[in-house]
Design a protein around this ligand. Sequence first.
Ligand code: AMP
Length: 394
Amino acid sequence: MKKTVKDIDVKGKRALVRCDFNVPMQDGTITDDIRITSALPTIRYLTEHGAKVILMSHMGRPKGEAKMEFSLKPVADRLSELLDQEIQFISVPQVVDQQVIEAARQLEEGQILLLENVRFRKEETKNEAGFSKELAQLGDFFVNDAFGTAHRAHCSTAGVADYLPAVSGFLIEKEVQFLGEALEAPQRPFVAIMGGAKVGDKIPVIENLLKKVDTLVIGGGMSYTFFKAMGLEIGTSILDAESVELAGQLIKRAEKAGVKLMLPVDVVCAKEFDNSSEAMTCGRDSIPADQMGMDIGPESIQTISQELAKAKTVVWNGPMGVFEMPNFAQGTKAVAESLANSEATTIIGGGDSAAAVEQFGYGDKMTHISTGGGASLEFLEGKTLPGIAVLEEK
Ligand code: AMP
């Protein structure tokens, strides 16, 4: 177990906290502040317990330059509103300069200073020791609460821990608890649902999950690569030709491991990748040559829902179809609904499945929705995340 802010004495000390404030923006306005609200419990705990708080984050990809469209100023304003407290924000291209060092030194207990976008410095993503040291001098200890970037070894996510005691915030604690428990000691039956378009990205995850789960459901765009491996005709459906052989091996591996592998038995097809293109349902072995699979069909929905009804733990990553188009969202919606009505521990990997669950209004019905798409995938892959590895053990 990793130490958290609760395991150390924070009073009077300077807490250097890495958050994930990489919020979506449009015309200088934050369009969704969930990443900021998710960070509040840790920030509040620290200020309420007398710490002096220095926050840091990245936003977007300024690629090592101080491009002001990626400034964290809007985040400073929103944070100040949410906490009903003044947030000191010093915007300098170097992120850390004499003025910032002085401001961090002069913070009083309960006060908050936000640094400028750490990716204004090109050293950040290279995890260069010089910038890690510059950041580390601002604090007495390091708190990582940015799960979304925990799979990256950058100065602000991992490098600073070479110079400071490092503990986790509540967000990372929660992610590790839910994702970790699901993988290490799941209540069974344990079902994983994988979907989405990019098979290549998800093959290592499927490989790891095959060692853990009782049932693996595969849907979405990646099913067609598996169908191809089974010798089926897939019309103009999305195909990852390079992964066909691996998909065939995974089918065999599932059989050997005694894992029930469920692929769609029917699909909803269309001629064009367009919501207004006429939809038709067909069996997976009769996809017309001029059509592409856009969603799982009604029979698949029924069998998958029955399987989910028996599950005690479910991990879901990736939509069952092109859920952004209402005519092809039924499969994804049905899975979200089954999970919402389930008694099982339900864990939603970040990214598109998290967006889908929220879009259908089931967000508060899930046990845990991960805040990191890439990070949760790497976790499910069984990899050690650098931003978590650097944290001290209890
Ligand atoms: P990923 O980034 O791999 O999780 O893929 C998510 C994307 O997969 C979403 O934008 C979906 O629209 C897309 N997707 C799901 N099913 C299909 C499909 N049958 N054909 C094409 N794209 C799909």
